[in-house]
Write a protein that binds this ligand. Sequence first.
Ligand SMILES: O=C(O)C1=C[C@@H](OP(=O)(O)O)[C@@H](O)[C@H](O)C1
Ligand SMILES: C=C(OP(=O)(O)O)C(=O)O
Length: 449
Amino acid sequence: MSGSATPTPMTSHRCGPLSGIADVPGDKSISHRSLILGAMAVGETRISGLLEGEDVLDTAKAMQAFGAKVTNHGDGHWSVHGVGVGGFAEPDNVIDCGNSGTGVRLIMGAMATCPISVTFTGDASLNKRPMARVTDPLALFGAQSVGRSGGRLPMTIVGAADPVPVRYEVPVPSAQVKSAVLLAGLNAPGKTVVVEQEATRDHSERMLAGFGAEITVEDTDEGRVITLTGRPELKPQVIEVPRDPSSAAFPVCAALIVPGSDVLVPGIGLNPTRAGLFTTLRDMGADLTYENERIEGGEPVADLRARYSPNMKGFVVPPERAASMIDEYPILSVVAAHASGQTMMAGVKELRVKESDRIDAMAVGLRACGVTVDEAEDWWAVTGLGPEGVPGGAICESHLDHRIAMSFMVLGMAAQNPVTVDDGSPIATSFPIFTPLMAALGAKLDTQT
Ligand SMILES: O=C(O)C1=C[C@@H](OP(=O)(O)O)[C@@H](O)[C@H](O)C1
Ligand SMILES: C=C(OP(=O)(O)O)C(=O)O
């Protein structure tokens, strides 16, 4: 669990060129889903390349509490002996999902159509995040929930003893909500239909099909319509988790802004529902190339090569691209501070309900480092200072948010004065090897323990 009682300040100093190969860890979204679907299959799912970040480890513990046998064989190799759809046992203690919105929301979906009662909690960040977006559709299946005011954790969900399938139009662009409904639909007899207006990451759809569920996806006038037939017997899988594009974003963006850099980030998934940042960086004029493009496990994959890019221009990021790069706006704002002109990021109010209010967290820290940022509820704009870089020299708050902490560490690599975050410990939730990986490329990071 992140957010230890003792915060760990971290400082990033201006560094020389970054160079080398950055082997980033496994994809967080796919890692959570591998464990959860593995726990809902009958037999043993084997997983390699699992992200061993705190968020995913909390999901592994939860699956064990529901009766699945989860084994860590070392070096990213895990196995999950599943209990079958509808086979979750009632945990005998509270399920603590730490810092993870994905973990808690997907697990709520998976248990909501089982006749068990489960209390969920998380850290100070997760316990502030909205859960009604998930408990509202789960109520349609017959699940009941009682939480703190505003639909916050800690929260108890009483799963439906006699679930009914539902049709649900997701009101916010959220893969977590979509996935919670689909996972609940697994144990409802008949067809559960989810409609989304904007395509969000489609790992649940792809993986459900891989585990043998009957699932169809149609693009229609009313949106993307996903139809799942309940009560399948899920077949255990052998899963190789691809490397996480959201983690790749940090060495890629650092290389673009640190003079003289040339970094290769191999084996990154370029699923169009995840690759919006890389498209945007190229639109801004970044020297970012896709090498050795290939298909792996049915997904487009490439080695990303990022070189110092002093001529990047400010850009209006199309709002319809937001879902495909939702976790990457904090690090994009750091690149935008090094472009010439303004970068406008609109249609992004979801950023306000992540591990922190990410618009506010970045805006306050960037301003303290000498960057002009304008913002409203649904948009923000960064005025770039060009390749000279930013003054820096501030202590920025990470608000228990790994992406904010890593973004400010990257800012410091090219800033005129060191940049400090008050607490770097949340980085371990998604990218536990961030510090040694960046240091091996040439970054100068100090952790005060
Ligand atoms: O489904 C997922 O794995 C995720 C969905 C996104 O959240 P939302 O569904 O809230 O947009 C994203 O921010 C999160 O890091 C992972
Ligand atoms: C938003 C994120 O994660 P989660 O919602 O799972 O906490 C993230 O990793 O950027």
